[in-house]
Design a protein around this ligand. Sequence first.
Ligand code: F6P
Length: 355
Amino acid sequence: MKKRILIVNSGGDCPGMNAVIRAIVKRASQESNWEIIGSINGFDGILSEPLEIVPLTEERVEGIHIQGGTILRTNNKRNPFCYPIKQADGSEKNEDVSDKLIYNLKVFGFDAVIHIGGNESHKISLKLSEKGVNIVGIPKTINNDLASTDYSFGFQTAAQIATEAVDKLTTTANSHNRVIILEVMGRDAGWIALSASIAGGAEVCLIPEIPFSMDKVIKKLKSRYNSDGRGFANIVVAEGAHFKDEKGGVISGNISHEITKRLKEINFEADIRETILGHLQRGGTPIAFDRILATELGVKAFELVEEKKYGTMAIHKNGELAYVGIQDVINQYNKVDLSHNLIHTAKGIGISFGD
Ligand code: F6P
């Protein structure tokens, strides 16, 4: 009888998810004794009655590496340890259904699970691993905020999209002598903002790791205008950035609205406009870097299962494919280190962090 691997992707989608699914399937097809099955909509597929799972053959995954999103669909609200169950009165109550999940894995003959996800997803991976599930993780997130790996797939595509947004906003800001604020994703990490600021050429880059002072931002903006009011400036702000002495939260749009409000309060001399890039950063086809990374991680994850290296996550570290214990990954959060060369580089070309 063939051995069976269940692929579960959970959390937000990101470019490269299909490439990783394809890689696992294609790698498994090189061996004769493996069957790859996908769980639809995160853990829902293996928890629903009847199960919603799909056999993933080479034919099924052909050509999907260039597609955005995920053919398995995903969600970020269906944690099996806190899973919404419909009650008789129509309401929903969160319950721990992990035992049911483990039972279904056993009954339907799954030898292992490959879980593709970000920080929250891998907290689930760890708990399942502690309950005896043979699980291997793959790092996925546009935020690049997963520790232990140099990159998660999806991040470079998001950084590219954010850079193209800066490129476009620059021409219109310049034509109208405006300040344009571009808000990008990243949760509590500033990787996308930092990359897009350097690559696109922003004057101000605001990230969660460096609480900023509005006075410093205004000083930088003023330096961009001549006495006739001609000039322009781009601010790239990460959704999790916050003012000095104020706690940040990640609510899309809040921080860019607040910066606009404060600039208007002092009657800043130029027009101000804001663009919230939102889910444009998560959609569409992955760039080559992410396709390659996703393919590498998919191949590695399958091989980790083959070698029975469970409770681990496939990573890319210092140019090499490797693996770490899931515990190591979720015990940390990959913020931008202030000594990182990208901070040094950005400061070196005069980008202000408002610090
Ligand atoms: O974690 C990825 C991410 O895109 C964050 O950058 C963002 O804050 C969040 O997901 C958005 O989640 P949702 O798709 O639920 O709005």
